[in-house]
Write a protein that binds this ligand. Structure first.
Ligand code: ADP
Length: 286
């Protein structure tokens, strides 16, 4: 049984009133525990809507999302706490999550989720400290107001607030947008470490194809609410045509390698996804 199964998932905004917008159209896919999944598509392709379906923020118009074999909306009307449980299991980090900080101290903001889960003070503290460690947050900041922190620090606090619930699945909607290159790289490295060390499933939405190519085991490509491809990062970024039709581009390093193979270095292996991989390959010809 897969950890996540999405079956014939369709979601229409304003299905009851106004002009309906079909944001997801009959999506079928399965994700295994511990996978790192990239989710790509142009603006408006349905990425955020898909993310919200995974933690029961939106209810499918038709079709279903199953977690460990159980439909997340099954019996939810009779038992509203089921939707709550799903939100503890699937942590969702929204775009610009720092706008949702609201507590008086950093500690209280990160502790909000575990407290809501009903954990005792000692366990809450343990979760908060572990989450700070994963995002590399300076513990001296814990008693400060989150509003006195820098933008990058606020982002770390907001992400730590989701990690502190120790979700089985972490869905991140453009977590690095607006960060400088150094902060972006270190945040992605920390998330990757969290995924590897704790065998957590990660679903990363990003417009940065380089980052998706570097970290993802498999990549979901959405276009206008349709699933156009779900395959290994190598296969997805080997399909320029499909990506172009979906309004996307392969990472720059992939097109440079393809051009080099077509021109100066015919023996080059152009199936690399990262700059480091390209350097290793090119050094063979020096
Ligand atoms: P993405 O995250 O890929 O940018 P979204 O999931 O936000 O895409 O949006 C998918 C489609 O649904 C878009 O056409 C968008 O305009 C529409 N949409 C998103 N949110 C709403 C809403 N609250 N009401 C109506 N339409 C919406």
């Amino acid at each position: 049984m897969s950890q996540i199964e999405v079956k014939n998932l369709t979601y229409v905004y304003s299905a009851g009133a106004g002009t309906p917008k079909r944001a997801l159209n009959c999506i079928n896919l399965s994700i295994e525990k511990g996978e790192f999944i990239g989710l790509i598509g142009t603006t408006g392709s349905g990425k955020s809507t898909f993310a919200k379906q995974l933690n029961a923020l939106l209810k499918p118009t038709s079709g279903a999302v199953l977690l460990d074999g159980i439909d997340i909306w099954q019996n939810a009307q009779a038992k509203p706490e089921l939707a709550r449980e799903v939100r503890f299991k699937v942590g969702l980090v929204f775009q610009y999550p720092e706008y949702q900080l609201f507590e008086d101290t950093v500690y209280n903001d990160i502790a909000f989720g575990p407290k809501n889960m009903g954990l005792c003070d000692a366990d809450v503290k343990e979760k908060v400290l572990a989450a700070c460690k994963f995002v590399n947050l300076d513990l001296n900041l814990l008693q400060k107001s989150p509003f006195d922190l820098s933008g990058g620090e606020k982002r770390k606090v907001a992400i730590a607030g989701v990690l502190s619930m120790d979700p089985e699945i972490l869905v991140l909607d453009e977590p690095t947008v607006g960060l400088d290159p150094c902060a972006r790289e270190s945040l992605l490295e920390q998330l990757y470490r969290y995924h590897k060390e704790k065998d957590k499933t990660i679903i990363l939405i990003s417009h940065r194809m380089e980052d998706i190519a570097k970290y993802s085991d498999r990549v979901i490509v959405l276009s206008d609410g349709n699933l156009v491809m779900f395959d290994s990062a190598g296969n997805v970024f080997g399909c320029d045509k499909v990506l172009n039709e979906a309004g996307l581009k392969v990472p720059q390093i992939c097109s440079i390698m393809t051009k080099l193979k077509a021109g100066a270095i015919p023996d080059l292996n152009d199936k690399v996804l990262t700059v480091d991989g390209a350097v290793t390959e090119l050094l063979k010809f020096v």
